[in-house]
Write a protein that binds this ligand. Structure first.
Ligand code: ZN
Length: 510
């Protein structure tokens, strides 16, 4: 991850340490204003949304949010997150299809998470440790300070450097790495967090993670993973290490914090909660490994491992392990287009997830997903009630299922409500466009498509579509009612002014 973080750098020593060891206080003149940082983040986000390695997986997205939201809440409660940043920043997570272990903070409250990280961590607490550290880089305005250190560079130039470094940070086998020239990589050293910033993110992240109720041993486990990788002199599988280099001081400070945190013996209820969280995590980590496109051999190995499982698990640990293995094996089989194999593994999952609501739901959604990948209408579509769907993964997966059953009307009813509450959900808008299309509501379909481009910050593409909808209303007067027409006119004007503002900014910056 990192890299973007500005983390772009290969070595932390390239960034100047502050003189006193204490970081400048919030709100000093060395910070980029929040609104300007957000605008820069939006530009970078627009490029990431267009990147073929950006993956919007609602199931993993919900899982990440279940860790991220408690961290945000704890940061607020502890006074680490200023109101202004809370309101102005995007606070959006990107999943990146990359097998390397990385997470990174970007300007404006955007964070990237590699699938490789989710696939590699053993517990939700380890994931929380990384996210809390990244969150703290943002709340402490480390990114804005790095950017103002670059103040002789135009903001678009910094954005370009960050994107270049992001591309360069991908796994060596990622095709995009090849197109990055030496320049962006050279610039990385200048956008690296300082050692003091790393220590501050460690310290504040630790408090946020504890405040959110995660097991602080997750920090120790994550540090161990990083240390091990650095001893192995890692070959690029661990870009996180390059952007957040470990040093003895960071390790010593983390150890003393852990000792102070005094490991309380968990109560029986606490242990049961941890087991439930762990069961879901095992399944989600397996999902991340499959979606990271590990290659046919790796998928076959996951399938074979799942097929070897015979006995019902005797212990809680075995049950957790088996749930992960079966979930991964079923999804791997579906990716290999062995749908009979996928279904036979999937059928073994419900007994393992009994009593664990979120894991149970993940299994149900996996069943629908396997059918959809196989190109058949899921049997559950006959009785599915979209009004009962609450999580994003449920709403979008069941919508897909009902769309396959050509029940576009129910889908558009539910998704209309959904996008009203979540106007930034590009995938929901896209699916709404399909549902309108099924009902021959072409103008509405074009508008929903336009809104999905707005959600991905691609304003020129959105404007093209709004104009296409206007043209259709003119040429076919009965194609939309008056209300629809005035919504489209209003949105077209709003988006046009966004396009103009961006063009003006580019002109000034260049
Ligand atoms: Zn860091």
């Amino acid at each position: 991850m990192a890299p973007a973080q500005a983390c772009l750098a290969q070595s932390a020593t390239a960034a100047p340490p502050s003189m006193s060891g204490a970081l400048p206080s919030m709100g000093d003149s060395s910070e980029l204003p929040a609104a300007a940082e957000r605008r820069m983040g939006d530009r970078i986000a627009a490029s990431i949304y267009r990147d073929p390695d950006y993956v919007d997986d609602p199931v993993l997205g919900d899982y990440l949010q279940s860790i991220w939201q408690p961290l945000m809440k704890a940061a607020r409660a502890r006074g680490e997150l200023q109101d202004e940043l809370d309101e102005r920043f995007a606070w959006a997570l990107f999943l990146i299809r990359d097998r390397s272990i990385n997470a990174f903070a970007l300007p404006g409250g955007y964070l990237g998470v590699h699938l490789g990280l989710i696939g590699a961590v053993n517990t939700p607490d380890e994931l929380a440790a990384v996210l809390a550290h990244e969150l703290s880089h943002v709340t402490q305005r480390h990114i804005s300070r790095l950017m103002t250190q670059q103040n002789r560079q135009a903001p678009w130039m910094i954005a370009a450097m960050i994107l270049g470094a992001l591309a360069a940070s991908k796994s060596p086998d990622a095709a995009t790495a090849a197109i990055v020239g030496g320049q962006a990589v050279a610039a990385q050293g200048q956008l690296n967090f300082s050692r003091d910033m790393e220590r501050e993110a460690d310290r504040i992240g630790f408090g946020v993670m504890q405040g959110a109720g995660f097991d602080s041993r997750g920090v120790a486990e994550m540090f161990e993973k990083l240390q091990q990788a650095s001893r192995l002199n890692d070959n690029g599988a661990f870009p996180y290490l390059r952007s957040h280099p470990l040093n003895t001081q960071r390790i010593a400070e983390a150890q003393s914090r852990l000792q102070l945190a005094a490991a309380a013996t968990p109560s029986p209820e606490g242990r049961a909660d941890a087991d439930r969280a762990q069961l879901l995590h095992a399944m989600m980590a397996a999902r991340a490994r499959v979606l990271a496109v590990p290659g046919v051999d790796a998928l076959r190995a996951m399938l074979a491992e799942a097929q070897r499982r015979t006995d019902p698990p005797a212990t809680a640990a075995a049950r957790i392990r088996d749930a992960g293995v079966l979930y991964g094996g079923a999804l791997a089989a579906a990716q290999l287009r062995d749908f009979a194999g996928a279904r036979s593994l999937w059928r073994q999952l419900p007994p393992l997830t009994e009593g664990v609501v979120r894991a149970r739901q993940a299994v149900e959604l996996l069943g629908i997903e396997i059918d959809l990948l196989a190109g058949v209408v899921p049997p559950s579509a006959a009785t599915a009630d979209l009004a009962q769907a609450t999580t994003r993964a449920e709403v979008l997966t069941v919508s897909r299922s009902l769309t396959a059953a050509r029940r576009g009307r129910e889908v558009s009813d539910r998704l209309q409500t959904w996008v009203t509450a979540h106007p930034g959900d590009a995938m929901a808008w896209q699916m709404l466009a399909v549902a309108y299309g099924q009902q021959n509501q072409t103008v509405r379909a074009i508008r929903a498509d336009a809104e999905s481009r707005v959600a991905q910050r691609d304003y020129p593409a959105a404007l093209d579509r709004f104009k296409a909808a206007q043209a259709m209303m003119r040429s076919q007067p009965g194609s939309a009612d008056h209300v629809e027409g005035s919504i489209i006119d209003t949105r077209a004007r709003q988006v046009e002014s966004l396009v103009k503002a961006q063009a003006l900014e580019d002109k000034v910056n260049r």
